[in-house]
Design a protein around this ligand. Sequence first.
Ligand code: AHM
Ligand code: MG
Length: 367
Amino acid sequence: VLDDVCETMGVTLTRFMNEVAMLNPELKELTTIFGAIDTACKAISNEVKRSQLPSSETLGYQGAVNAQGEDQKKLDVITNDLLKRALRFTGRLGVLASEEEDTPVDVIGRSTGKSGSLEIVLDETTDYVVCFDPLDGSSNVDAGIPTGTIIGIFEHDETCEIDFDNIGEDEAAEQEARCLANTLQPGTNLVAAAYCLYSSSTFLTLTLGNGVYMFTLDETIGEFILAKPNVRIPESSSIYSFNEANLDYWDEPMREVVERWREGTGRSGVRFSSRYIGSMVGDVHRTLMYGGVFGYPGDTKNPNGKLRLLYEGAPMAFIMEQAGGLATTGTQRVMEITPEVVHQRVPVIMGSKNDVIEVIECYKTAA
Ligand code: AHM
Ligand code: MG
């Protein structure tokens, strides 16, 4: 657990991380990872902005299809490579998993490919597993709508070296599964999480398990500046943020609560307003700032909703909880779910404490 962090507004992210490392020597390597995230997010911010220039090479589709069968845009590919390369050179990383990679990749650069070709080389200097969505909401970019990067960082909990030349196929498969399992950790194992929002400003928000810290990019000096130390989400709200067009298919309790909020017959008695960008990072950022409830609940077509647990649900849930909010599937704390597969989806309802409790209670009553 983190002892202390620097709370001085106006310090750069680099200085903030240096102070963290000084006060908490065991986190020194984590600050190296954040150095890479710092640089990659600035570069992604630039790419996103420049992507709409008529001369831009990053506009439009890449032509490939990613693990979820969605068209991969050039920007998805570029931002994925950017983040991957930045993290790889920290030398502190074992495995990384990304929305844009079919399977986890080791940081030496060999794609793990399908099972059987996994090669992970770790030594005593590799400490972390990083899961990320390099450009969430990328389908919005062409319309100038906010997008974001989401990152979750786990500790690497065991040494994982597969000596393919000297062991049998079965043993290799077993070890491979063990290595992969390093990416399949519940949110409660997260040591840090961050998102970067590319919008009217570029915001980098992070938690190291000791509150939430929000930085704003000062483009004139190219540095993230601490703008909001110890962010706390309001305990109650009057804003909900869902794709309401799916309401007819939602779990019954979810439908019930949103209908109450709409009519002003919910627990707080206020009539809610609706805000939905359709870009998780933007919607969660606003929810943190103004209070509210953001969700992508399960529905009859997709019982686990749309969002991915490892690199969307869990890191954002960690940030939300660290800001005093809650994150649930309706019946379970998002942070406590252990993923079985890398791209697993999870229903998510997160935000102001009292409002999320109202949702949880409604699910309980219905059970
Ligand atoms: P993506 O990872 O393919 O960009 O999809 C995730 C996005 C989230 O940012 C957002 O909350 C959600 O999809 C919106 O989905 P919908 O368009 O169904 O409302
Ligand atoms: Mg995404």
